[in-house]
Design a protein around this ligand. Structure first.
Ligand code: NAD
Ligand code: USQ
Length: 383
């Protein structure tokens, strides 16, 4: 069993991950500064599925499962705070989800770009320094993103590439071509962490995750107080979840551009399982290990068609001028065997999953604010 500290444990993925690990008998603590709840206040939004305050969720999990989660409230950008937490809890693994994770939010204006990069990069540096000071054996399991690679015209390997140049070869970090200031922050993190592994002998797993869909896991489904958030708006809502919600609302599915852009996707139930597998099978001392955390790839137009075909009613698909700068016709072939080799058994996108998501969404659809559906943040207009 591993003692695991989940940073960002109040978020969409951090909360279900903490429950999944706790359910498997690991000793789990969650840490958060509630930044995500403050973006809701800033943007005048709310999760479609209501969520309890973190303290209530922790209490509810104890009642439901008999298991205790330790709770730390504070900001990773406060170096003394995270150092003190790592000293006191002394985890075997730190799962790091605690970043500003919306690409559109990072592209609102200068202030949001600077906030995103400073929050994410400084927070991660503070975690690395805390591990280096307290115990370099602590395994850092860091959430990266497939968007770090962009859409290169070559196969995407798991983090590393063997390069032959002028008759010599070397193993280098895979070249990155990210598409937003948010995605860039993850590239900066990856380089910093690789540096920590190479220079200080840290052990880390960087999980380049694709777009997550779904809302329930075996644990969160046990009690409504354990629900995780579900975002639908054009800033924080991700594509498949948004399309399901738009279908239920009778709103056209908003495909940006021609919809040929292809992304890696993953079911939330597989996300939490990937984290368990990474924690239970740590990287070696000094190793910067990278896995591409996706289970399949799909174009945005195909995601829209799949959601539309599964919905028991009429669904329109609208092709909007793309507010982002991204290729919408491109090669995309991603290696993603590392987590399967560790034992992942993927849930592929199916009608059953989409049907259950329709059910969850229908229950809460009155909470949706239609005015939050259309994209308003333009990648081409720096402010
Ligand atoms: P989320 O915003 O719901 O959760 C992140 C949590 O981290 C929030 O609760 C927030 O309050 C907290 N946080 C942010 N900055 C913090 C700080 N400085 N100190 C302490 N806590 C802080 O996001 P999510 O969807 O759960 O994503 C979690 C991670 O997974 C992110 O790093 C994201 O980049 C990555 N990821 C998410 C997806 C996805 O589709 N949701 C896909 C790929 C990768
Ligand atoms: N898209 C649409 N219509 C919409 C919303 C999105 O066509 O209504 C398109 C976007 O243009 C993009 C794709 O769908 O091509 C994915 O967009 P998204 O908003 O679902 O995802 P993204 O901005 O890439 O970010 C999300 C998470 C982020 C994570 C990333 C994984 O918010 O934290 O890192 O997915 S990845 O995409 O692999 O980089």
């Amino acid at each position: 069993m591993v003692r695991v500290l989940v940073l960002g444990g109040d978020g969409y993925l951090g909360w279900p991950t903490a429950l999944h690990l706790s359910d498997r008998g690991h000793d789990v603590a969650v840490l958060d500064n509630f930044a995500r709840r403050s973006y809701d206040d800033e943007l005048g939004l709310q999760s479609l599925v209501p969520i309890e305050p973190l303290r209530h969720r922790v209490r509810a999990w104890r009642e439901v499962s008999g298991r205790r989660l330790e709770l730390f409230v504070g900001d990773l950008c406060d170096a003394e705070f995270i150092l003190d937490v790592v000293r006191r809890f002394h985890p075997g693994a730190i799962v790091h989800y605690a970043e500003q994770r919306s690409a559109p939010y990072s592209m609102i204006d200068r202030g949001h770009a600077v906030y995103t990069q400073s929050n994410n990069v400084i927070g991660t540096l503070n975690v690395m320094f805390a591990i280096a000071e307290v115990d370099r054996d602590i395994h850092l399991v860091k959430l990266g993103t497939m968007g770090e690679y962009g859409t290169p015209n070559i196969d995407i390997e798991e983090g590393w590439l063997t390069v032959e140049h002028n008759g010599r070869t070397d193993r280098m970090l895979f070249p990155k071509k990210p598409g937003s200031f948010y995605h860039l922050s993850k590239v900066h993190d990856s380089h910093n962490i690789e540096f920590g592994c190479r220079n200080w002998g840290l052990r880390a797993t960087d999980l380049n995750q694709g777009v997550v869909y779904g809302q329930q896991t075996d644990q969160t489904a046990q009690d409504p107080r354990l629900a995780t958030r579900l975002d639908y708006d054009a800033v924080f809502g991700t594509v498949l979840n948004r399309f399901v919600i738009q279908a239920v609302l009778g709103h056209p599915l908003t495909v940006y551009g021609a919809g040929g852009q292809t992304r890696g996707i993953i079911d939330i139930r597989d996300t939490v399982e990937c984290i368990r597998l990474a924690c239970e099978n740590p990287a070696d001392v000094g190793e910067f290990r990278v896995f591409n955390q996706i289970t399949e790839t799909m174009s945005v137009a195909d995601i829209a068609k799949t959601v539309s075909a599964s919905f028991p009613g009429n669904v329109q698909i609208e092709y909007l001028d793309n507010p982002r700068v991204e290729q919408d016709e491109h090669y995309y072939n991603v290696v993603h065997t590392g987590l399967v080799d560790l034992g992942l058994q993927p849930h592929l996108l199916s009608d059953t999953l989409i049907d259950s998501l329709f059910g969850i969404v229908k229950q809460h659809i009155a909470r949706a604010d239609l005015s939050a559906m259309r994209p308003t943040i333009n990648w081409r207009a720096p402010r």
